[in-house]
Write a protein that binds this ligand. Sequence first.
Ligand code: NAD
Length: 321
Amino acid sequence: MKTAVTGGAGFIGSNLVKKLLNKGHVVVIIDDFSRGNEFNLHDLGIDTEIRRIDLRNYESTLKSIKGAEVVFHLAARVGSIDYLHGSKWNELEALQSNLIIDANVFRACLGNGVKKLVYASSVAVYPIENQDKAETTFSEDSLDHYNPEGGYGWSKLMGEIQLAWTEGLDIGIARIFNIYGENGALGKSSHVVTSLIRKAILYPQEKYIVWGNGQQTRDFLYVGDCVEALIKMQEKSTKEPLIINIGSDRAVKISTLAENIARISGRNMEIIYDPSKPTGPFSRTSDNRQARALLDWEPKVSLDEGLRRTYKWEERRLKVQ
Ligand code: NAD
């Protein structure tokens, strides 16, 4: 079965491609490498066809998906809070780029007779005002009204709405929470886990500064567990889109995350909290009942184990750079 992975050179995409190749799939990566080619796919043991395509161009998108029976659509303008929501221009850029990419990919799937499509949506589609209090948990039916998180969240919501009106293939919509692990972005798009690990590795040259007061919580899921769930979503996708949260089902305080990373580093670091920095919503955790019931899936890798693996990978990466 030929499988195309858009965004296959990115963080989740590269881990997904590796897993699919291990399972014997024929995989083509479709990516414009705009995230920055921080790692070489061959160094990661990924040896497969790569189509270097800008998915904002419809003709190229249509050609690139030709021959695929299954498409995992992960390509998107993605980034840290600061990067995505730092300015009106960034909000607009994320919204417009992702709307164009998604529309092109969805139309190209229909144009090429693709049988199954898995779309990487996000926790950012859930109403943002509901994420301002502690212990907020979202189940899939928590989307009872629309107020997503900025340009990025609106683009993912519009992606889901487009798919609700798409007929002719089986669809899975993965509402992904906070993923961390090997191959995460290290530069301007880096997320909290990779960013804190980088500071811990570079300590004391770099101070171990945590953005905010550490009281916010996030739902951290190891990337290996995430790609297992995406593969199961492809298997279980249905004509009426199958919508499933992909998270860990567990709220972790940012202060706890920072302490865990400090412990793993083995360094006696001073943890400095900087409340002047942006932190994003206060709390958002996945309710995994649907994933357990419909995918028969549960996370396998503990936070401690996942952080240790990510730490080791990042130490190697920072030495190479
Ligand atoms: P990433 O930035 O590492 O990967 C995205 C990939 O898309 C990159 O390789 C980039 O080069 C590619 N891309 C961007 N614009 C493109 C274009 N115009 N044409 C072709 N390729 C293009 O991001 P990620 O963290 O791996 O996220 C993958 C998907 O999962 C995204 O859709 C993201 O919105 C979603 N998601 C991720 C998380 C997370 O925690 N990482 C959480 C929720 C949702």
